[in-house]
Design a protein around this ligand. Structure first.
Ligand SMILES: *Cc1c(COP(=O)(O)O)cnc(C)c1O
Length: 388
């Protein structure tokens, strides 16, 4: 692997010989409606916890993803917290999730007083390895009246949370089959995969619940925001109730709350941005797919590195482009990161795997050798849609 060759190939795709290039930044320059909608909020005073843009954003998300229901909330982490609670995750349960994910996945399980249980990924999908998960559960877990129980810890295993890494869909058919076989509800962490499809269905709509994120660095952004997706009208209703402080007085003026709810609602101001972004989502995805195609071409034939490309069953959103170093170059990853950042290409490594973080070091886990290998040699390349 020649570091200068990698830098030249990246610069070639960006068509910018020397400027600073961030990893991913929001871009409202082609979006005059964003200003118009925000202005409407300010002009009418509907800036906060109620307003028409919230309903409209939810409808647009439901329509786009094909999910019968979408409930918007203050961020993706909050969405995941409530989705896990609605899937039945409770105090002392374990939640299966990839060790290769952003920390929010594990944090959300902890907010339910549950224990993350880390499983390995496979290299083709960068997501949970369904075949190895099934073998592992055969060995580790027992189906009892109480549900699936971890024989080693005695705790109930309450759910599986697959995550679509950088917008690349996992093998959902295979994961659904594992869930069915072991009686596990699936909650999809689709925070990174708005605009990504598995076969002909949008990611985040396969599980009992799924979640999206509209954080500042994601495919579309509302400043901060998230959504819960579900096909179940009762779960959607409860999601709305729980995320809006569980208010249920007979009269609108009454402060009666029937359970401990959360103040997780998305302000109308943010939803206004969401509506404007949804209008441009197809164009954003198109731009991102073009950038990915250019990276794939530019890196073809460069020794020692591979640019990840979507699998046959997937239509990716290419949220962040993924450069994978061959295993024999893993020890030069940091050298490459230093050189690229010095060259003003603000590239980043993939996350530290969850089991290497101090608060999750003692959590149960299977063999994580693929996670550990990928964590040592994956780099994200600049992927903002305006780079097209
Ligand atoms: C961004 C992200 C989240 C959390 O979303 P926020 O809106 O930032 O709270 C959760 N999971 C994954 C995998 C993410 O990338």
């Amino acid at each position: 692997m020649d570091i200068q060759t990698v830098i030249r190939a990246t610069r070639g795709v960006l068509g910018d010989p020397e400027g600073v290039v961030p990893l991913h930044v929001p871009d409202y320059s082609d979006n005059p409606n964003a200003w118009e909608y925000v202005k409407q909020c300010i002009d009418t005073g509907w800036v906060s916890s109620a307003g028409a843009f919230v309903d409209r954003f939810e409808q647009m998300l439901a329509e786009y993803t094909g999910s019968p229901h979408a409930v918007v909330v203050v961020n993706g982490t909050a969405a995941l917290h409530v989705a896990l609670e609605l899937a039945g995750v409770d105090d002392g349960d374990e939640v299966l999730m990839p060790a290769l994910t952003f920390v929010a996945t594990a944090n959300a399980a902890r907010y339910c007083r549950a224990v993350p249980h880390f499983v390995d990924v496979d290299e083709p999908t960068l997501g949970v390895d369904a075949a190895r998960l099934a073998d592992y559960l055969d060995e580790t877990a027992d189906r009892r009246d109480a549900g699936l129980v971890n024989k080693r810890t005695g705790r109930r295993i309450a759910a599986l949370v697959p995550m679509h890494t950088f917008g690349q869909p996992c093998d959902l058919d295979a994961l659904m089959a594992v869930c069915e076989r072991f009686g596990l509800p699936m909650v999809e962490d689709a925070a990174e995969s708005l605009g990504a499809w598995y076969k002909d269905r949008h990611t985040g709509t396969f599980g009992k619940l799924g979640i999206l994120s509209f954080n500042g660095n994601k495919t579309i952004t509302t400043g901060g925001g998230g959504a819960i997706l579900t096909a179940d009208p009762q779960l959607a209703k409860t999601a709305k109730h729980l995320t809006t402080t569980a208010k249920s007085g007979k009269a609108a003026w009454e402060y009666f709350h029937d359970v401990t709810g959360y103040n997780y609602r998305l302000p109308n101001l943010n939803a206004a941005l969401g509506c404007a972004e949804m209008e441009r989502l197809d164009a954003i995805i198109e731009a991102k797919r073009q950038i990915a195609e250019r990276y794939i071409q530019a890196f073809e034939g460069i020794e020692g590195v591979t640019l990840y490309r979507e699998l046959d069953f997937a239509r990716s959103n290419y949220w962040l482009n993924i450069l994978i170093l061959d295993p024999e170059h893993a020890d030069r990853r940091d050298e490459l990161l230093d050189a690229m950042n010095e060259a003003k290409l603000l590239v980043r490594p993939i996350w530290n795997p969850m089991h290497t973080l101090p608060m999750y070091a003692d959590c149960p886990r299977m063999d994580l050798s693929v996670t550990e290998s990928l964590a040592s040699r994956v780099i994200n390349l600049p992927s903002s849609p305006h780079l097209r």
